[in-house]
Design a binder for this molecule. Sequence first.
Ligand code: NAD
Length: 421
Amino acid sequence: MMSDRNNPFRIAQQQFDMAADILGLPDSLRAVLRVPQRELTVNFPVKMDGGGTRMFTGYRVQHNLGRGPVKGGIRYHPSVDIDEVRALAMWMTWKCALVNIPYGGAKGGVIVDPKQLSLGELERLTRRFATEISILLGPERDIPAPDMGTNAQMMAWIMDTISMHRGYTVPAVITGKPINIGGSLGRVEATGRGVMLMVREVARRLGRRIDGLRVVVQGFGNVGSTAAFLLDQIGCTVVGVSDATGGYYRPAGLDIPAMRTFTDRHSFRMLEGYNDPGVERISGTALLELDCDVLIPAAIENQITEQNADRIRASVIVEGANGPTTPDADRILAERGVMIVPDILANAGGVIVSYFEWVQGLQEFFWDEYDINEKLERIIVGAFNQVWQMATERRLTLRTAAYLLAVQRVADANQTRGVYP
Ligand code: NAD
């Protein structure tokens, strides 16, 4: 049972309050931005392979529509709950504003362990969930994407379901689709690529050499494995990685391409069974406390808390996951001089390329991968530079600076539009 202290929505509200206090936002506007604008809970049956049906519960939350249609992933995980989805939706609002793409924030989720379902059951669940939340979706309204436990195939089923309802193909209703139905080149790697760029930029600012920089990555899914792979390619030494089955450590550096090949070939991309005599198996908790330069949490929320913040040995944390660090841990780490590149900046690569995918779908005009990676780099490094400059000038943490920039943009848009009616 999660303590109220670690409730992601409470944490998201606390982070917003901190920014609202510093910005001096009027109470009326603060009241609007502190809560989601719309929340939909759906309970729905799915036909199971055994013959019967099983009930599932899912959510779609739209936090703020002030800056445009809303954008945010869909998560399949047994621990999904409404407060987690609310927090993730609010973080999406700030993330889109920080990198200045014309979206508000949303998020969705289904309480399910996708590993326990057959492919057919997953397809029926995905199509029914898409139908249940379809009253909110549309290219000009709400555009989902993948998150933990979902992938490009599920995005294809959602796109197909909405298209069947409409009677024509609607590619821009969802992003993170396979390339052969209007997905964008570079989308699968985009979040991990953004994380790699943030490691590179922070190292540059701190005067550290990339070559041999020792990196630890928690989570070896889409974000973690791509970040590890790209960091390995630019010369970092990835000494530790983990997934839900445990940690893998080699001080001289892991063979990340081999580990990626292994997970590509195994069900649900798990590292369990990966065997290399030079690699030590460690616990997931020990992994976070390894001696390294950069720690990249790229799994789930609340991994760095007041319980372990004192024992983190990295000097830089780059948040690939959403909400991996609690506010208590944030304070302890700031006092210890550990620099954190916050989630709303560090993992924004995914939504930036999702934005490109949406634009390409609307225009029916597709760009090459060079163009996409170059534009991604320009946007995310530009946002990093703005955050770095504000943090340096005003002696703030990178998280506080990122929140001030993002919340101000959202507040301005809401104020300019006014209150209806
Ligand atoms: P994923 O499902 O592809 O991978 C998740 C990984 O985390 C898996 O390797 C899983 O085994 C591991 N994991 C789960 N619980 C763990 C634990 N307790 N300890 C260690 N590892 C654990 O998911 P993803 O898309 O890579 O997302 C990871 C994080 O990044 C999430 O917080 C997500 O919200 C965030 N994120 C994802 C994207 C994206 O484009 N996919 C974009 C922005 C942010």
